[in-house]
Design a binder for this molecule. Structure first.
Ligand code: ADP
Length: 304
């Protein structure tokens, strides 16, 4: 760390609070209480804790949630059957499959079973397609959370050269789509990119989701650039306890114009965006139900 830190600190909590507030206000306009179902398979402690955190946040906002904890030996067919039941349940607006799944299960096949209208994690192929076509749809929570953070701090996106490091289905790829839709010029770098620094130095807006502690050092950042650190790495310390650190070296604060901390940066945005997605899914489904009801009433009237 350095005491020459110049970068503006882009803290997650105030931006997350604003997003949660917007979700709460939207929920209050709906005729139903938004409801989300979490599916978790096996006993991965990290998945358990993530799902607990999401359910707790939903409860804080007055949303309904239910956790379906399936045993580690759950079959693909059992998993698909549960998703099918939740898809058909009009009282459930969102279905979230917590990843990773045990090795014997196919996550992509299971995700594809979720009704796209209930796809609050935004990972269904239809959601990805809508994003890339620039059409409305549910967006993956971490990338959408990054966009909400940029918006909260009024950082410009249109016309900026955004460089993303990482091309995962969860973060890098969807973020590229969101930034394109927001009129940025987008470069995506990844593991096979030679001379990463030459690419990242061209960024006005540098977003790092590579899962590599301190991959981005000060020499790789253009002075004044906005740097968003999506990485959350557990690194061992002298005391033997793990510490959380990002993909961006702390000394980057001396070069960047603005920087998200880890922890306490993008992290809180992900869960806040999930709440917003749940409320939006409920809004879409109630609008859809009302339209279907009106159509049914009309045809009943015509025939009767
Ligand atoms: P996340 O879930 O945070 O997106 P993943 O581990 O799924 O992380 O993806 C890591 C991504 O980061 C991959 O697209 C990979 O190509 C990229 N990446 C990993 N290491 C490097 C590196 N040293 N330089 C550039 N890109 C990297």
């Amino acid at each position: 760390t350095t005491d020459r830190a110049a970068a503006r600190n882009l803290g997650g909590p105030p931006a997350a609070a604003a997003l949660l507030d917007a979700a709460t206000r939207l929920a209050a306009t709906l005729p139903v209480t938004p409801s989300v179902a979490f599916i978790r398979v096996g006993d991965d402690p990290a998945s358990e804790s993530y799902v607990r955190g999401k359910a707790k946040k939903a409860a804080e906002l007055g949303l309904h949630s239910h956790v379906h904890a399936l045993p580690a030996d759950t079959t693909q067919a059992d998993l698909h059957a549960l998703i099918g039941t939740l898809n058909a349940d009009h009282g459930v607006h969102g279905v979230l499959l917590q990843l990773p799944l045990p090795a014997h299960l196919n996550a992509d096949a299971a995700l594809a079973c979720i009704d796209p209208r209930k796809d609050v994690d935004g990972l269904h192929p239809v959601s990805a397609g809508l994003l890339w076509q620039g059409q409305p749809g549910l967006r993956p929570c971490t990338p959408a959370g990054v966009m909400a953070l940029l918006d909260h701090y009024q950082l410009p996106v249109a016309g900026q050269h955004a460089v993303i490091v990482g091309r995962s289905a969860l973060v890098g790829r969807p973020l590229a789509g969101l930034l394109l839709n927001a009129d940025a010029t987008v470069t995506v770098a990844h593991r096979a990119t030679p001379d990463l620094g030459a690419v990242t130095r061209r960024a006005d807006l540098l977003i790092v989701a590579a899962g590599q502690a301190h991959l981005i050092t000060p020499d790789m950042v253009r002075p004044g650039a906005t740097v968003i650190d999506v990485g959350i790495n557990r690194v061992p310390t002298d005391t033997g306890k793990a510490r959380l650190t990002g993909d961006v070296h702390p000394d980057v604060a001396a070069v960047a114009g603005a920087l998200t901390p880890v922890p306490g940066g993008v992290g809180p945005m992900t869960v806040a965006q999930l709440m917003m997605n749940t409320v939006q899914a409920a809004q879409n489904q109630t609008a859809h139900d009302q339209a279907a009801q009106m159509q049914a009433d009309q045809s009943n009237g015509a025939s009767g």
